[in-house]
Design a protein around this ligand. Structure first.
Ligand code: NAD
Length: 272
């Protein structure tokens, strides 16, 4: 263990205004992958309302344009960016561009992701690769690309979208569950390696949410969604905006001692 630095008396007090500053994100720069839809869009809009400049990054250019337009209509600041998170080249190029244009990157939210439903015994190999590539490797590449800059700054907060499926199983989702278990591992691994250099890495673990991802899956089959819904403490999908508070907390100085943690926003799903 490294030696404890001396703490002066002033640091042991809570000065006036301390709490107001805790959650203040004004002037910070965030990159939100998957910001063109669902949870990433809600978090992008929420950050912009908190005064953050948001780089909305997604393969879906129309979705990105809609998110950016929503933020602009509310008086916030957002920049559209085409990004395929599975391309290391594109991720690293965007990281360089953000630093060039904005001088720094304070927050990264990894929300790009997808799902594919199939019984495990017939799970198509190419779909397995696709899901792992996008949900796990894409998250890793972005942590790496933007994390490097945060390490150089000596400060940053990364938030990975995990899932109740990081902890429990449900049917026809073996690739998704493997990827989200992996996201948990990446979150812990990077938190450990980067903690003493000022970069915090955490996760958000939502319940089943009302988003385009789950609506599309429900059209293909309801086996997975029905299983999850039957085990909810109350029959209610989460709303994308209900994750915004958690995303603000984890990005903010209020979470200074929080790293390697996945904050469940699951309406108590894992309790039962
Ligand atoms: N919706 C839920 O119930 C739920 C629950 C738990 C966790 N999650 C996770 O939250 C995240 C967001 O889910 P969502 O519900 O908002 O899904 P969504 O489908 O609404 O949005 C996902 C976004 O990711 C983008 N994307 C896909 N491939 C990409 C790529 N290669 N590069 C960049 N962007 C890409 C899509 O274009 C889309 O805009 C995912 O990681 C998902 O696994 C969702």
């Amino acid at each position: 263990m490294t030696e404890q630095r001396p703490v002066d008396d002033e640091e042991l007090t809570i000065p006036a205004g301390y709490v107001q500053g805790l959650f203040d994100l004004a002037g910070r720069v965030a990159v939100v992958t998957g910001g063109g839809s669902g949870l990433g869009r809600a978090i992008s809009v929420g950050y912009a309302q908190a005064g953050v400049t948001v780089i909305v990054a997604d393969v879906n250019d129309d979705g990105v344009a809609e998110t950016v337009a929503t933020i602009a209509a509310q008086g916030g600041s957002a920049i559209a960016s085409h990004l395929d998170v599975t391309s290391k080249e594109q991720v690293d190029a965007l990281a360089d561009r953000v630093v060039q244009d904005h001088g720094r990157v304070d927050i990264l939210v990894n929300s790009a992701g997808s799902a594919f439903r199939s019984p495990a015994e017939d799970f198509p190999e190419d779909r397995f690769d696709f899901i792992l590539d996008l949900n796990l490797k894409g998250t890793y590449l972005c942590c790496q690309g933007f994390g490097r800059q945060m390490l150089a700054q000596g400060k940053g907060s990364i938030i990975n979208l995990a899932s109740i499926g990081s902890f429990i199983a449900y049917p026809w989702a073996s690739a998704y569950l493997a990827s989200k278990g992996g996201v948990l591992g990446v979150t812990r691994a990077l938190a450990l390696e980067w903690r003493d250099r000022g970069v915090r890495v955490n996760g958000i673990g939502p319940t089943l949410m009302d988003s385009p991802l789950t609506r599309a899956a429900a059209q293909r089959s309801s086996i997975t969604a029905d299983w999850i819904k039957a085990r909810m403490l109350r029959p209610r999908l989460g709303l994308p905006r209900e994750l915004v508070g958690a995303a603000i907390f984890l990005a903010s100085d209020a979470a200074e001692l929080v790293t390697g943690h996945t904050l469940m926003c699951d309406d108590g799903y894992l309790v039962a």
